[in-house]
Design a protein. Structure first.
Length: 174
């Protein structure tokens, strides 16, 4: 990984707000809620999470055990993944956050911030950060996708030490 992913003295946000939502780090204790939201929103997750996201969690073609996330996620696997994400965040290696509505605290989506080398080492000359997010079908139906997209991009370039032109954004702008 590039040493410049995050400056050593930078403290990642614990809780943040964007218009209409607050953002909190995902933890293993969120596994059941996260799993329920994921399994009830598979189609919109697949539609919005963007370019090359199908590579997340997949094994090579020589294996018959291909992870068809999010369709194949089990509660047990989700717990393990969230525990791993939580430990990685504590070590400032990568980050995952829940997006919640400020109105009713409903789970509205999730976002991911990774060093580019994890999934896209070939893009490391041009980008430092691999970013994507997904939202629930109800948030999408309420026309919130573009609003959240825009607010998250602002958040990444104001609350984080990232330059906009060095962020690889996977999401499709729909």
């Amino acid at each position: 990984m590039k040493s410049q992913f995050l400056p050593s003295k930078f403290s990642p946000p614990k809780h943040s707000t964007i218009p209409g939502y607050f953002i909190e780090p995902i933890k293993a204790e969120n596994a059941l809620e996260d799993w329920i939201v994921i399994t009830n929103n598979v189609e919109i997750i697949n539609l919005t999470r963007g370019e090359h996201s199908e590579k997340i969690g997949k094994k090579d073609n020589k294996s018959n055990d291909v992870n068809d996330w999010p369709r194949s996620i089990t509660l047990e696997r989700n717990y393990k993944e969230l525990a791993w994400l939580e430990i990685c965040a504590e070590n400032k290696q990568l980050f995952s956050y829940i997006i919640r509505s400020t109105q009713n605290q409903a789970y509205a989506g999730c976002l991911y911030i990774f060093p580019i080398e994890i999934f896209f080492p070939g893009k490391a000359e041009k980008f430092d950060v691999d970013f994507y997010f997904w939202i629930t079908q109800s948030e999408f139906n309420n026309g919130k996708y573009r609003q959240i997209f825009s607010a998250l991009m602002t958040w990444l370039t104001t609350d984080w030490p990232f330059k906009k032109d060095r962020i690889f954004v996977r999401n499709k702008l729909i």
